[in-house]
Structure formats: C-alpha cells, structure tokens
Design a protein around this ligand. Structure first.
Ligand SMILES: [Fe+2]
Length: 228
C-alpha cells in the first residue's frame, strides 16, 4: 500500500469515529515526531501492538479486500508484564470491501456493529484439516443461540453483535454504507493467531510516497535505554 493511502485512510477513520461519537484515546493522534520523544512509559502500546493497523492482507487491492483497525487495549499471552486477558478494537469496514475468510486458533471474539450500514458475516466451521466443514455453525447473537448452515450469512444492524468462538471461519463485508465495528475479544495476537483460508499476509508492504502522518502498530520506534 502507498503511505499516502494509509495516511488518508487513518484520517478518514478518525472522522468516521467522530461522526459516530466514538472517542479514540490520545495515542491515536500521536505523530511520528511525538513518538520519537516517547520513552518506556509507552511500552504497553508498543509491546501489545495497540494503535492503528491498516491492511490489504497483502493483496494490493485495499478497496476490495482490506480493513482499517485501531486496537484500544490488549494483553499478551504468557507475559506477566501485560496481564490483560482481553482486547478491544475498533474496525472500519468500507462498503464494497471484505475481510477475508479466516479463523483464530486461540481467540474468541464478539464483533459488534456500532453504527453505519449493515454488517454481513459468512460462517463455516473449520474442519480438522482446517478446511470448510459442511456442518451447521452454532453462534450466539446478543445472547440468542443461532444455527447457520455452512456458508450461510447473518446480517447485523447497528447495535447487533455476534460471538465467534475459535475455529469458526468468518468473512464479513458492509452493505448500505461503511460500518463502524467494535471487537471485544480474548487476547489478540495478529502475528500468530490468524488462519486465512486463502494464504494471505496480515500486514501490508508499504511504498513510502509521502511522510507518515501517523505510525502503524508495527512501526513504533523503541524507547532508548534510559527512557524519559
Ligand atoms: Fe476474526
């Protein structure tokens, strides 16, 4: 992805959140110059990969396949320094764009439509060989048990949510306008806990065609030895 595109998408996500009265925490707005001055007091943001995450899953086709995410809070598996057992994200899914079919080996997650259009989500159970199983998928939507045939879809209007347990394949897209999504989950480990049905990358390659206005969660400079 081009850096100019990433800059514009983050600015757009900031406006979209503001329009839906979803206030982001201070570090959402830190510039690279501000990051350069941060010491060890910001290590939780670095080490738990909080912050912006703009991805085309390595496809080079962001408008079709991609997502803008912001991680507000997270922990780390087997790390006593960061004991949170939970994660919260904000996601912006544009209309005409999908998040590809994937499941998580460890993470269970609630995906919440917080406003905008309708979120359509397609479901399969993962088979033992991590293919698409034929059996019905059992999920819960806002505390109500549901059964969906393999490959079937559910529509979530603003305010509605779905609970996805691990090993449930999901693909989703927005209809009727972009959707502001929430994700409340167990600890998130994007480097190791995404099983895409089609082999894809989780983070994009970036072409630096202009300076970064905001850093992605994979780009923070480490703090110096002494911290500040
Ligand atoms: Fe997921």
């Amino acid at each position: 992805m081009k850096r100019s595109e990433i800059n514009a998408l983050i600015r757009n996500a900031m406006r979209f959140c503001a329009r839906h009265k979803f206030a982001l925490p201070p570090f959402a707005f830190w510039t690279p110059a501000e990051w350069a001055k941060k010491g060890h007091e910001a290590d939780e943001i670095r080490d738990c990969m909080l912050g912006w995450d703009v991805t085309d899953m390595g496809t080079g086709l962001f408008k079709t396949c991609g997502l803008v995410l912001f991680t507000l809070r997270n922990g780390r598996y087997n790390n006593r320094r960061y004991p949170k057992s939970y994660c919260e994200k904000m996601l912006v899914q544009a209309e005409g764009q999908y998040t590809p079919m994937h499941f998580h080996w460890l993470k269970s997650e609630d995906i919440i439509n917080r406003g905008g259009g309708t979120l359509v989500i397609q479901l399969y159970n993962a088979s033992k060989s991590e293919g698409l199983a034929r059996g019905d998928v059992r999920v819960s939507t806002d505390g109500v048990a549901r059964r969906v045939r393999a490959g079937g879809t559910l529509c979530l209007k603003p305010g509605e949510s779905i609970t996805l347990t691990h090993h449930v394949y999901h693909k989703f897209w927005a209809e009727g306008g972009p959707v502001l999504l929430g994700e409340v989950s167990a600890v998130n480990d994007d480097r190791n806990d995404n099983r895409f049905y089609d082999p894809l990358g989780r983070f994009p390659k970036i072409e630096e065609d202009e300076p970064a206005q905001f850093l992605l969660c994979t780009e923070y400079p480490r703090a110096g030895k002494r911290g500040r």
